[in-house]
Each structure stands twice: as structure tokens, then as C-alpha cells.
Design a protein around this ligand. Structure first.
Ligand SMILES: [Zn+2]
Length: 123
């Protein structure tokens, strides 16, 4: 998709809406590979020069999300990518798989999630 100011605003709006539904703090958003390369290396370690390959990347340690707008073909995949990345933020322990995909589907349908709390290992 073409990243113009209108689309950028739309994306940031969606991020705001889903972040509050998922009870997460709004991540910093990067919308082009150029922006990924502009921020400090240690923040994007491991997924820096390879970021262009993906629709989206979450940098969980730094509360940072890259949405690869130029690679994304349409609005449906855009919405899906936003929710996918924010589900990573809300469920940082969860790997890709059936449970993850279910949460993405629920998120897309408007489900809200209570805040993430780290569990005590002994309980
Ligand atoms: Zn993912």
C-alpha cells in the first residue's frame, strides 16, 4: 500500500484503538524500512536488515512495532498485521500457532483483553 499521510493517520488510529482494547501501552510505530534503519541498532537487533521481508515485526523488548505498509497489499491484511503484532505485545510469551491465531481472530472481532501480568513461577 502507498504510505500517505491519510493512511498513516488511519494506522495510528487503529493502533490506538486496539492497544486500549488489549490493555497494552501504545507501542512506538515504524511504517517504513527507512524508519527501521534510522533507529538505534540495539533496538532492532536480529530483525533489522531482514525486516523488509515481513508484513510486520514486533520488537518486544523495546515496545516497538514495524508495519511494512509498502509490502502490504490491501486493507484486510493491514488490519490483520496490526492485530497480529499487538497480540505479540499483549501475549509476549506466546509463540505462533493455533492459540495465537485464535487470539488474532478474537482481536479482529473486537474482543478486549485484561492487562498482562507476569505470573509468579512458584504459584
Ligand atoms: Zn508474529
Amino acid at each position: 500500500m502507498r504510505l500517505d499521510p491519510e493512511l498513516k493517520l488511519q494506522i495510528l488510529e487503529k493502533i490506538g484503538i486496539y492497544s486500549s482494547r488489549f490493555s497494552i501501552s501504545e507501542p512506538q510505530i515504524l511504517l517504513s524500512t527507512k524508519e527501521v534503519l534510522e533507529i538505534p541498532k540495539e533496538m532492532t537487533e536480529g530483525r533489522r536488515t531482514s525486516a523488509y521481508k515481513y508484513y510486520g515485526v514486533s520488537y518486544l523488548q523495546h515496545n516497538l512495532v514495524f508495519i511494512n505498509v509498502r509490502k502490504i497489499p490491501d486493507e484486510k491484511i493491514l488490519e490483520n498485521t496490526i492485530v497480529h503484532e499487538l497480540i505479540h505485545m499483549r501475549f509476549p510469551y506466546l509463540a505462533h500457532g493455533k492459540r495465537f491465531n485464535k487470539l488474532v481472530r478474537q482481536g479482529l472481532k473486537g474482543k478486549t483483553f485484561s492487562p498482562y501480568r507476569k505470573r509468579n513461577k512458584t504459584t
